[in-house]
Design a protein around this ligand. Structure first.
Ligand SMILES: [Zn+2]
Ligand SMILES: [Zn+2]
Length: 171
C-alpha cells in the first residue's frame, strides 16, 4: 500500500484517512491468514508532527493447542506510529524503536512491512477453541466435552492410593 503524504507534509491538509487491504505472506507455523486483512485509520499533521493512528484487523485460522480443532479468529490491534521523513532519525534509533517510527520517503509512505511484522508479533502463541477446552481423552483420543467421550473415568493405580493413605496419616 502506497500512501501519498506530500500534502500533509507540506501542511496543505491536516488529516488523511487511510483504509486499505494488507497482504501478509509468511504466517507463523500452524497459522493461515484468511483474506480481508486491513488497516484503517488517520494520518494527522500539526506543527510539523505527523502521526498515524490506526487499527489493523487480520482474520486467520489455526488449530486449538489442546484438541486440535480448527479455530478461526480475527486479530485486532492498534498500529500507531510517528511518521518521520527520511534522514531525520538515525538508522540506529529507527531499528531500536521500530514500533514507534515509520519513515516516509519522497512523500510516500509504504507501511506494509512494518504492519506485517507487527501482525507476526501480535498473534497469540497458543490458540484455544474455547478457554475451557479440555483437550483430547488420553484413552480414546476423542475430544473431551461436557459428558466425556464415554471412556471410564481414569483409574488410579492402587499403589498411589497406598501412598495417599500414608501422606494423609502424616498430617
Ligand atoms: Zn480445543
Ligand atoms: Zn475417551
Amino acid at each position: 500500500m502506497l500512501i501519498d503524504l506530500s500534502a500533509i507534509l507540506r501542511g496543505e491538509i491536516r488529516e488523511l484517512e487511510i483504509d486499505g487491504e494488507i497482504f501478509p505472506d509468511a504466517a507463523p507455523f500452524g497459522i493461515e491468514y484468511l483474506p480481508g486483512a486491513r488497516i484503517s485509520g488517520i494520518v494527522s499533521g500539526s506543527a510539523g508532527l505527523v502521526t498515524l493512528v490506526s487499527r489493523v484487523t487480520v482474520p486467520y485460522r489455526g488449530e486449538c493447542a489442546r484438541c486440535l480443532d480448527p479455530v478461526e479468529a480475527v486479530l485486532e490491534f492498534d498500529f500507531d506510529r510517528t511518521i518521520v521523513t527520511e534522514g531525520t532519525v538515525s538508522d540506529e534509533v529507527l531499528e531500536e524503536k521500530a514500533d514507534e517510527y515509520l519513515v516516509v520517503k519522497r512523500g510516500i509512505l509504504e507501511p506494509d512491512d512494518a504492519i506485517i511484522e507487527s501482525i507476526y508479533l501480535e498473534l497469540p502463541s497458543r490458540l484455544l477453541c474455547s478457554p475451557d477446552c479440555r483437550g483430547l481423552c488420553p484413552k480414546c483420543g476423542k475430544k473431551m466435552t461436557g459428558d466425556e467421550c464415554g471412556c471410564a473415568p481414569r483409574e488410579i493405580d492402587p499403589r498411589w492410593n497406598k501412598l495417599k493413605e500414608l501422606l494423609e496419616d502424616d498430617e
